[in-house]
Design a protein around this ligand. Structure first.
Ligand code: PXP
Length: 261
């Protein structure tokens, strides 16, 4: 199973001081050495972490394929088309959100979305849509002719956290109720079944399937068991762990857990 390491949070740390360190560019060789398969970065419209120069340098200098996440705004698509990363993942963006809170509204009639996909594909950039695990979004992604979909696993991660660590909701809207354990277990199983079923459907349609958001060393195993999911993009938990273990070790640990039997 492929691992895309999302290195945005290295830039988060740098931007906290608006200085030069730590430089996400320095992560490239470490990610490669540790066995990562892809570098993932999100150029947000508010530039809160990755900056234009980071995106340019990373895409130019990375020996691993780069997956650039961005909004469907024409100005972002201009940048993506000029930088020509290996893949662009189109994500919804709200300025006030802490992180990407849900999947893209995949409306096949949305001219902005259609044009964004056409322009990127014209530059021979693979296009992925970051979607919630719902059938309509899978079907619409297929209809739009993209190569990849990435399932938003935020809801799964939140249920998992509520069940096993009693954390309250972090970044996906599920009711903040004190739910009984059995209900949470059922919700977790339902979410996993949904991811399993829909990734199977997507692969049958000829789509390639990635997943990401909120995945950690603890909750990733169940996702790894879904064989039709080809790739995971993981950021927060790897960078958080790297504070204590170093980046190379944190990636190696995640890769080890992602080994399929
Ligand atoms: N995939 C996509 C499309 C994302 O937007 C993000 C968050 O930037 C991730 C994966 C990684 O999520 P996390 O940082 O929670 O691992």
């Amino acid at each position: 199973m492929l691992l895309g390491v999302n290195i945005d949070h290295i830039a988060v740390l740098r931007e906290a001081r608006k200085i030069a360190d730590p430089d996400p560019l320095d992560a490239l060789s470490i990610c490669k050495r540790a066995g990562a398969d892809q570098i993932t970065i999100h150029l947000r419209e508010d530039r809160r972490h990755i900056q234009d120069a980071d995106a340019k340098n990373i895409i130019t200098l990375s020996s691993l394929p780069v997956n650039l996440e961005c909004a469907i705004e024409p100005s972002m698509i201009d940048i993506a088309c000029s930088l020509k990363p290996h893949r662009v993942t189109l994500v919804p963006e709200k300025r006030e959100e802490v992180t990407t809170e849900g999947g893209l509204a995949v409306d096949t009639e949305n001219p902005k979305l259609k044009v964004a996909i056409q322009r990127l594909q014209h530059e021979e950039i693979e296009v992925s849509l970051f979607i919630d695990p719902v059938l309509e979004a899978v079907q619409a992604s297929y209809d739009l002719g993209v190569e990849w979909i990435e399932f938003h696993t935020g809801k799964y991660a939140n249920i998992y956290a509520m069940l096993y660590t009693q954390l309250s909701k972090t970044h996906h809207s599920i009711p903040e109720l004190e739910l009984p354990r059995n209900t949470l277990k059922q919700m977790l199983n339902d979410e996993l079944s949904c991811l399993r079923l829909l990734s199977g459907d997507a692969v049958e349609l000829g789509l390639r399937v990635a997943a990401g958001h909120g995945l950690t060393m603890h909750n990733v195993k169940e996702i790894v068991e879904i064989e039709t999911i080809e790739e995971l993009n993981i950021g927060q938990s790897i960078i958080a762990r790297s504070v204590f273990t170093g980046l190379e070790q944190a990636i190696k640990e995640m890769k080890a857990i992602m080994q399929r039997k």
